[in-house]
Design a binder for this molecule. Structure first.
Ligand SMILES: NC(=O)c1ccc[n+]([C@@H]2O[C@H](COP(=O)([O-])OP(=O)(O)OC[C@H]3O[C@@H](n4cnc5c(N)ncnc54)[C@H](OP(=O)(O)O)[C@@H]3O)[C@@H](O)[C@H]2O)c1
Length: 314
């Protein structure tokens, strides 16, 4: 277990990312599977659930959490986010204090909770002075609606600016084996300040689970095709990398997804891996990572393979 920043709130190193169950970009999401996945997460040792105001056009993700886990409030830690909403199925970023307050209060209603443990600014509109946005986070803390503050998708300068007005407990960036740009900027500073890093996209939206074959045919509705890593040379390079990981996974009697997730939250400064899932067997597999034992020699082999593959072009 890990603490959120300098708080006493304890969270599992693997969190369930609740974006896929919103059903907007994932193919074949059903309410039955989503509820079962949330329950399975808790039964598998995950106590940390990451959602947002905009996960679902009508807050479906938060409502599903309330439905599946409402009777387990004392056993779970909820992080949600505000500052992004949908208008005519298009995302709008708005970090004005009144908007953040409205979204936070609506999220609490959807979750059927009187507070959340962690509340993030999801994204910055870069029009509203950040000090004003951070100010409303302070108010929400004083009112007991949120127990700690976080920021996502922000530069180091923006994190510092927010932190000056409202002390941050968590930062949520994209981070995985091939997208490690925070390592030379935000990560060391957050580490120094005791701010937790909750990394999203550990599996790069699924490809690093190693279950899609080289000739995988994507459903045309599968939104992942828009990312370079799912196309052409980047796809081939990743498949070559996964082939190097296969014997290591076999030796450990684990799956590639488990190797990848474990590597992610083992990195210095990384507190939690936010693992999205839409089916119970996926989240069970991801949770089992927390008890996996990998030797330093095996980590060295994984690191060597990462070096050979190189970073993914954005
Ligand atoms: N702050 C932000 O702006 C931001 C942005 C993105 C994400 N996030 C957070 O981070 C979380 C993680 O990101 P993500 O859900 O987009 O991506 P992810 O965790 O990298 O990948 C999730 C997808 O991988 C597949 N998968 C998961 N476990 C698997 C397993 N064991 N075996 C095979 N496939 C598996 C599933 O897709 P298929 O079954 O469809 O293959 C699943 O939907 C989100 O849910 C959200 O909470 C935050």
């Amino acid at each position: 277990m890990q603490k959120i920043g300098k708080t006493k709130i304890e969270v599992s190193e693997v969190a369930m990312g609740c974006w896929p169950i919103a059903g907007i970009t994932s193919v074949g999401v059903t309410e039955e599977n989503s509820l079962a996945t949330l329950t399975e997460a808790l039964n598998s040792g995950i106590n940390f659930f990451d959602t947002a105001y905009c996960y679902g056009y009508e807050g479906e993700s938060e409502k599903l959490i309330a439905k599946a886990l409402g009777n387990h409030r004392d056993e779970i830690v909820i992080a949600t986010k505000g500052g992004v909403h949908w208008k005519n199925k298009k995302q709008v970023t708005d970090s004005r204090p009144e908007r953040i307050r409205k979204e936070c209060e609506e999220s609490l209603q959807r979750l059927n909770m009187d507070h959340v443990e962690l509340y993030y600014l999801h994204s910055l509109d870069r029009k509203t002075p950040l000090s004003e946005t951070a100010g409303v986070f302070n108010e929400l803390i004083q009112e007991g609606k949120i127990l700690s503050a976080g920021i996502s998708n922000a530069s180091l300068e923006e994190i510092k600016e927010f932190h000056q007005v409202c002390p941050l407990s968590a930062y949520q960036p994209r981070y995985n084996m091939f997208q490690r740009d925070i390592e030379n900027s935000q990560l060391p500073w957050c580490q120094e300040q005791g701010i937790s890093i909750m990394s999203y996209w550990p599996l790069m939206k699924g490809v690093l689970a190693g279950k899609m074959s080289r000739d995988h045919v994507f459903d045309p509705k599968d939104s992942r095709l828009k990312y370079p890593v799912y196309r052409a040379e980047e796809w081939e390079k990743t498949q070559d990398f996964l082939d190097v990981l296969r014997p290591i996974a076999k030796q450990l009697n684990c799956t590639i997804a488990q190797l990848v997730i474990r590597w992610t939250f083992e990195q210095p400064g990384i507190t939690v891996a936010l693992c999205g899932a839409k089916k119970p067997d996926q989240i069970r597999e991801n949770a089992e990572t927390m008890t996996l034992e990998i030797t330093s020699e095996q980590f060295a082999l994984i690191n060597q393979a990462i070096q050979v593959r190189g970073p993914v072009k954005n």
